[in-house]
Design a protein around this ligand. Structure first.
Ligand code: SAM
Length: 262
């Protein structure tokens, strides 16, 4: 059984996945989690897949404290989150590091769908000489955590500019001024046009997509070819990599794409 642990020190929240109606194994699973992880204070059961505008799973508290806000630690920075109110995946820490490591000094970076600020913070910590990071998020709870997480991690000088709202509507004054756009959300493929609007004449897009296991990347690449043709933009896939299993026979993947405006 896949279990996610969010938190640090003496306070963790554990999340496991199981269909809503099926309670038969809940108490056995809780017992196992608590036995192996004595600092778990709450256990949540996620009984839907990630869905809706805020990309949330429905979660039920099946054991412990209803105070589910925690401070999660990864790669030397802290992220305050309440997994019942916002999307947050501790398992994506490594892919965040991977993307953050690609950012070059002085780059201007736009993080769309920024959640609690995990990407903006990871980028500033991994590349302290980054120029400007802009970040947009539509879920007010996630946006509030992002503001807090910028402060908690002592990222000063307005290095991260965060805005609440639709990533396709905010920061329009930054069209043509961005070196790299990060799009860490599966339905991000619907926002490729906006992402390329942000880019300078030459730029990079990091985008999450979903590929069918039978095709493994080919379906995504047919989509990208169609999309960039429609936008009349030259592009080159620099890298493709698996992130995690998204659904049976479907993988969440990351593409790094170099874009050149003609
Ligand atoms: C899959 S989560 C990723 C969060 C974060 N980037 C991370 O990696 O932890 C996607 C986030 O995008 C937000 N979101 C969805 N549609 C959006 C939109 N059109 N504009 C801004 N944010 C959006 C959701 O509320 C959610 O927090």
């Amino acid at each position: 059984m896949a279990i996610s642990l969010v938190g640090s020190g003496k306070k963790f929240v554990a999340i496991f996945h199981s269909p809503k109606g099926d309670k038969s194994r809940d108490s056995e699973i809780v017992k196992e989690i608590v036995r192996h992880n004595p600092n778990v204070k709450s256990v949540l059961k996620a009984y839907t897949i990630t869905s809706g505008r805020h990309r949330l799973q429905k979660k039920k508290l099946v054991w412990g404290s209803k105070e589910t806000e925690v401070v999660h630690r990864e790669y030397g920075y802290s992220l305050k989150v309440d997994p019942r109110k916002v999307y947050f995946s501790p398992k994506e820490a490594e892919i965040r590091q991977h993307v953050a490591a690609r950012v070059k000094p002085k780059e201007t970076v736009m993080v769309m769908f920024a959640g609690v600020g995990a990407y903006p913070v990871a980028i500033c910590k991994k590349q302290p000489r980054v120029g400007q990071v802009m970040a947009s998020e539509i879920n007010p709870a996630a946006y509030a955590y992002m503001r807090e997480n910028i402060a908690i991690n002592k990222i000063y000088d307005e290095r991260i500019l965060a805005k609440k709202g639709d990533s396709s509507k905010v920061f329009r004054s930054s069209y043509g001024k961005v070196d790299r756009v990060v799009m860490p959300m599966v339905p991000a493929k619907n926002y490729v046009k906006t992402a390329t609007n942000f880019l300078k004449r030459r730029g990079v897009v990091d985008i999450y997509m979903v590929t069918n296991e039978r095709e493994m990347f080919k379906d995504c690449e047919r989509f990208l070819e169609r999309e960039f043709k429609k936008l009349k933009l030259k592009y080159k896939i620099v890298e493709r990599r698996k992130i995690s299993l998204y659904a049976p026979h479907k993988w969440k993947v990351l593409y790094e794409i170099r874009v050149i405006k003609k």
